[in-house]
Design a protein around this ligand. Sequence first.
Ligand code: ADP
Length: 240
Amino acid sequence: MTDIRIRFDRISKSYGPLRVVDKLDLDIAKGEFVSLLGPSGSGKTTLLMMLAGFETPTEGTIFLDGEPLNDVPTYRRDMGVVFQSYALFPHMSVGENIAFPLQMRGIGKAEIGERVTRALDMVQLSALRDRRPAQLSGGQQQRVALARALVFEPRVVLMDEPLGALDKQLREQMQLDIRALHNRLGLTIVFVTHDQSEALTMSDRIAVFNRGKIEQIGSPREIYDEPRTRFVAQFIGETN
Ligand code: ADP
């Protein structure tokens, strides 16, 4: 039996009359890289936000390592989150940006120093610890955001279109870097994207979303070679 890290059990989310996630079931194994792929508005971000605890499901239960998360606040969910807009503090150095969430939790100075060192090492940015964000490239800034998400050594890393703001070349490099980091650290990653080629390159499994439901889930090869619905075939066939 595989070791399940995350289980979505009949999860729905409605905003007024609009049901944006519709009785969705999904299991994600420990150490798995799963992409949520689909067109804009299909409910991917909403699902991620429920997992992070920023939104509450209208129905259903999300489990982390078998524990229901319903009443667990965001900061106790042991998840690192990376968004497209990486929102670094411009007046703080790279090291201070990464230390910030640790300071907020009252962690001691020595431990903060060690954790920041480890996180910078993970994303290979140790040399840039004292720089300001404005002195970094877009890719380096995104790596700082990644280090900040990893600084708690979380059980799960959630990424919502993290590479959307980068140009093509940098984007492809970061895809490889994130995948390498995943392999090296054995991270469980849930990755939201609308870019088929990105999902195909990076994922262990891809969940193809359509109107709040998973249309098909499988390995990149299965999704690419054996699309089970017209929607999946068309979506995978489109080029960006
Ligand atoms: P995706 O990530 O696939 O682009 P989203 O999960 O962001 O899709 O959005 C799914 C649907 O939910 C969209 O129609 C969006 O407009 C709607 N939606 C998202 N958040 C809210 C909200 N806070 N209030 C009302 N509607 C929302």
